[in-house]
Design a protein around this ligand. Structure first.
Ligand code: ADP
Length: 228
């Protein structure tokens, strides 16, 4: 019989537009993981305008990776360690240079990753999802030209404001972020497949979210969610 408890500590991988972050949120809510999200921590630093935020701002706007030494600085400032019994890493490690940083954290804080979970989506599908995204600059409501269109084209259903693209969702930046993923994340996945084959799982992300979610649960050793 399948276990009903997923691994204590998980790393999730997926290209921008794969739905990785929504999945991480659901897994966090359902299984009590503390999310370690470097993208979110970086955006937070930029919002605060602190010393680190000022140094990473341009990298984020370009869709470029933040240098590994700044990621180390970021994690050292944000990672609480003791008391964090269920960790879900979303966005780290993101370069081969960050792989030994995760090893160091595991040794230092005494935890071990039990699963490397990849949400596999084709690059074309990811680009279509990202470039179709629209957001209302006034109320923040999000739409998608294909999967969640507004009632009136390019107009917010709630307040009639003209919808916009996020600055890092423009076709040029989206393609660049995809290339960054191919260049940096694929070697990491390859590395873990060689080093930890028993811990690597791949889920088909080219399907509706509920199916991706259930396939991810199974990959983590827990049965499907009971239907309502
Ligand atoms: P996405 O998965 O859609 O790219 P994230 O929120 O994970 O979104 O990351 C947003 C941005 O933050 C990235 O484009 C990159 O500039 C930066 N970033 C996040 N995590 C890392 C990391 N571990 N190393 C380097 N840069 C990172």
């Amino acid at each position: 019989m399948a276990a009903t408890v997923p691994p204590d500590h998980v790393v999730i991988f997926g290209r921008p537009g794969s739905g990785k972050s929504s999945l991480a949120e659901r897994l966090g809510a359902d299984f009590g993981y503390t999310l370690v999200r470097t993208g979110e921590m970086l955006r937070d630093a930029v919002r605060k305008g602190d010393h680190l935020g000022k140094r990473v701002e341009n990298h984020l706007a370009r869709g470029d990776l933040v240098p590994d030494r700044l990621i180390l600085e970021l994690l050292e400032a944000n990672f609480r360690g003791p008391g964090m019994t269920h960790l879900l890493f979303d966005g780290f490690p993101r370069t081969m240079g960050q792989v030994p940083l995760l090893d160091q954290f595991e040794r230092h804080y005494g935890f071990a990753i039990g699963c490397y979970l990849e949400i596999a989506v084709s690059r074309a599908e990811a680009v279509a999802r990202m470039t179709g995204r629209r957001v209302c600059p006034r109320c923040g409501a999000t739409y998608h030209l294909i999967s969640k269109p507004p009632e009136v084209a390019e107009t917010c259903d709630r307040d009639g404001t003209r919808l916009e693209r996020r600055p890092d969702d423009t076709t040029e930046v989206v393609e660049f972020r995809q290339q960054v993923y191919d260049d940096h994340a694929l070697p990491i996945l390859h590395h873990y497949e060689q080093a930890e084959p028993a811990l690597c799982r791949k889920v088909n992300g080219n399907q509706p979210f509920p199916l991706v979610y259930n396939e991810s649960r199974r990959a983590l050793g827990v049965p499907d969610e009971a239907p309502n």
